[in-house]
Write a protein that binds this ligand. Sequence first.
Ligand code: ZN
Length: 174
Amino acid sequence: MDIWSKKKRSAVMARIKSKDTKPEKIVRRYLYSKGYRYRKNVKNLPGSPDIVLRKYGVAIFVHGCFWHGHSIDGHIPLSNSDYWRNKIERNKERDELNKRKLLNMGWAVIVVWECQLKRSKREQTLREMEYYINKSYLERLKIKDSKFHLLPENKDYINLVAEEEVTYVKKNKK
Ligand SMILES: [Zn+2]
């Protein structure tokens, strides 16, 4: 049973997909405060990355866990679950394709998940992101300097909270 009318559903979806969502603002504010300059919602790149640091060769996506199907916490609503499952699967496939396209174009891609911006994890996530931005930048310089123009092997996008990489078990002591 679908308890949402079409109208209600599109209103909800519009809200979920809206630009300048709060998690994006958190990331942008942090980058700005650290002196990074960026463009946002860059439409001429695959997937319109939320944040693009051209100088660093880095594209950042800030993903909502529900909408982009974060397997840790992106649970499917019980009501009308087939609809949502298909929708989210398509989103995940599209995300993956866009990341691959960006990587092939020579961008480093960072995915920041919404749940990693909760207060308890925020600082660590943002620092980690900054670390990868600088790492990508240094790798880029190395590539430019190399007369062979080799790309590093196993170059893959950076998923800040890939399931196997979650190691934030320590709680901050107050
Ligand atoms: Zn999540």
